[in-house]
Every structure is written in structure tokens, then in C-alpha cells.
Design a protein around this ligand. Structure first.
Ligand SMILES: NC(=O)c1ccc[n+]([C@@H]2O[C@H](COP(=O)([O-])OP(=O)(O)OC[C@H]3O[C@@H](n4cnc5c(N)ncnc54)[C@H](O)[C@@H]3O)[C@@H](O)[C@H]2O)c1
Length: 318
């Protein structure tokens, strides 16, 4: 029986993708791994029980990575990461989680010999620098301006090469900021979720970027759709380059705040108090964004920020 390995398996995307894989196929089995348990896993276990294996460990340990992959591993979603703000604050921890872990996991996959489909969430943070064009597309040169972005470029390149060598079938997607996170992590893009989550929960939100700040965003529902669709692609479907831009829309922070306040769903106020450390990271990222290769594969963005807010509110209502 084949298994799908999900690293970062107690995280936001890890649990969401696991739920989708287990819901759509009664025969599916997932092996989740992370540094520690999280409350998100309780709901997953309650629904899917015995088809989930959860292993605690640090992917910075090559031996641990080798213990995770074997001849039955048909798919890997490599979500483990110390995200943008965290990796910027703690360089050694970022190197371990974002560079060493990816290298160890790829080697583990090569040595296991199962040639899995390997899905890697790269990021808009791979782009930046003074030569960044007004509109960023699939072919824009990647000049990342923070450690997290550099690590994601390295991951894209290594996954491409492991694919070229026939060790696995890699698919990397440069994701926009995914909204609406259930709880904050150290991502500098976290404001895009906070602007929706906090006022709808009745908590006042102080936004750490200016109202004019814009970056591409994508709902968690569309994100899971596209990650699973990428895993389902036949080998070779991405041609001679295995990394593509993910679809997204780019409302400003002020536009998100206005949409939340105009929705009639907000129960608390939004104010703006830009944090220089957060601004320094997000100001370098793309604003206008194209994802033509994703569109050609049928992978779509959300229609509007209003639609994202409505879908989130409907999810809260159960
Ligand atoms: N959520 C987004 O907006 C977004 C956007 C672009 C890219 N991504 C990428 O998608 C992936 C998942 O994002 P997420 O929102 O679920 O993040 P998350 O922070 O919710 O989950 C990441 C998980 O990785 C685990 N982890 C960190 N270091 C580890 C290590 N050394 N060994 C084992 N596990 C470790 C953490 O414990 C955490 O549970 C990440 O790679 C992230 O860079 C996310």
C-alpha cells in the first residue's frame, strides 16, 4: 500500500492537504511529520483516525529524514519551513529548516528509490531586488532579498535537478500569501490573514504594514486545490522547468481592511501601525503578479477579496 509523506504535517498547509487527500480517497494513507504535535491534528485524527501516521522529529537530521521515506512512498509534500520573519531573525535555524532539511529529504527520496511525486511550496519571496519588473511572471529573474527567499530558490533548483536525474518527479510552486491562516506564525505576510481573522473573531487588529502595501494572496481552499492538482500531474507535465508561479490576486492592505469592514462580519476595529522590520521584508516582494503556466494547467486564483472573506466566514459557521 502506498503512502504520501507530508512534512510540516502539523502546520497550516500540511493538515489542510492531508484532510483533502484522506477525504477524496478512502484508500489513502498519509505519514505526517513535524517538530511537535499541534491542536490541528486532533480534528484530523477524529475524522480519519487509523489512516494517519504522525512522527515527531527534526528534518535537519539526515538520519531522521532517511527513516521517513521508503519504497512505498509514492508522494511527498515538503511543507516544513521556518518562514520569512523567523528565518530572518534566526539565521542558523533558518538554514537548518529551509536548506539542510530540503537537501536531506531529497537525498532520502533518492536513496529510497520510489521516485515519488515531490511537491514543494516555494514563495513570492524568491523575487525582489531593484531590478524587479512592475509585473512579475514565471520567467522573471529571482533575486531574493531575504534568507527565506534564498532557501526557496535553492529548493526549486535542487528539485529541478533531482527531477532531471530521474530521482523523483518534482513540482515547485511559488505560492502567494495563503489566507486566512487559523493562527499567526512568523511569516511577514501574516497581516493579510490577520486583517480578516482578527476582526471576524471580535479582536481588534493592528496591521503592521501601511494601507498601500500590496502582495499576491490566495485562499487556503484554492491553495489545497492547486497543491493536490500538482501532485496529480503526470511525470514531465511541467516540461523542462519544474517551478511555476502560483495564481493570486493583489489587494492592498487598505483594500482588504475596507472589504472586511464593508462585509458586515467584522466585530472589532482595524488600525494601521507599520512595523519597520515587517515593512523591510514585504516591500521587496512582488505586487503585480502573473501565473500563466499555472493558468494553462487550469489552476485559478480567487475571484476577489470579498469572495475570500465570504468563504472564510462560511467555514467558521461550519
Ligand atoms: N502559508 C503561506 O502563506 C505560504 C506562502 C508561501 C509558501 N509557503 C510555504 O508552505 C509551507 C507550509 O506553510 P504553512 O503556512 O503550513 O507553515 P506553518 O508554519 O504552519 O508550518 C510549517 C511547519 O514546519 C515545521 N518545521 C519547521 N522547522 C522544521 C524542522 N527543522 N523539522 C521539521 N519540521 C519543521 C513547523 O513546526 C511547522 O509546523 C512552508 O514551506 C512555507 O514556506 C507558505
Amino acid at each position: 500500500m502506498t503512502t504520501t509523506l507530508i512534512t510540516g504535517g502539523a502546520g497550516f498547509l500540511g493538515v489542510s492537504v492531508a484532510h483533502r487527500l484522506l477525504s477524496r480517497d478512502p484508500a489513502a494513507r498519509v505519514h505526517l511529520t513535524d517538530l511537535a504535535e499541534s491542536p490541528r491534528l486532533a480534528a484530523l485524527r477524529a475524522q480519519h483516525g487509523g489512516r494517519i501516521l504522525f512522527t515527531v522529529g527534526d528534518l535537519g537530521d539526515a538520519g531522521f529524514c532517511r527513516s521517513l521515506v521508503d519504497a512505498d512512498t509514492a508522494g511527498v509534500f515538503h511543507f516544513a519551513s521556518l518562514v520569512s520573519g523567523g528565518a530572518e531573525r534566526d539565521f542558523p535555524a533558518g538554514l537548518r529548516a529551509n536548506v539542510h532539511a530540503t537537501m536531506h529529504l531529497l537525498e532520502a527520496a533518492r536513496l529510497a528509490g520510489s521516485i515519488p511525486r515531490f511537491v514543494f511550496p516555494s514563495s513570492i519571496a524568491t523575487f525582489g531586488g531593484r531590478d524587479l519588473p512592475r509585473v512579475v511572471d514565471d520567467a522573471t529573474a529571482q533575486h531574493p532579498q531575504n534568507s527565506y527567499g534564498v532557501a526557496k530558490v535553492l529548493g526549486e533548483q535542487l528539485i529541478h535537478d533531482y527531477t532531471r536525474k530521474g530521482f523523483l518527479h518534482g513540482r515547485s510552486i511559488r505560492l502567494p500569501a495563503i489566507v486566512v491562516r487559523d493562527e499567526p506564525n512568523s511569516a511577514a505576510s501574516g497581516y493579510a490573514s490577520g486583517l480578516v481573522r482578527e476582526p471576524l473573531a471580535g479582536r481588534a487588529y493592528v496591521c503592521p504594514v501601511t494601507p498601500e502595501t500590496r502582495l499576491p494572496i490566495l485562499s487556503i481552499q484554492r491553495c489545497v486545490d492547486l497543491l493536490v492538482a500538482l501532485a496529480d500531474l503526470p511525470p514531465g507535465a511541467l516540461g523542462d522547468w519544474t517551478a511555476i508561479n502560483g495564481p493570486g490576486i493583489s489587494p492592498s492592505a487598505g483594500e482588504i481592511a475596507a472589504a472586511v469592514q464593508g462585509s458586515g462580519l467584522a466585530r472589532a476595529a482595524i488600525t494601521f501601525a507599520p512595523d519597520p522590520a515587517v515593512m523591510a521584508i514585504v516591500a521587496a516582494w512582488p505586487k503585480d503578479w502573473r501565473a500563466e503556466r499555472a493558468a494553462a494547467l487550469g489552476l485559478q486564483a480567487d475571484p476577489s477579496i470579498g469572495a475570500i472573506i465570504s468563504e472564510y466566514a462560511a467555514g467558521l459557521a461550519g
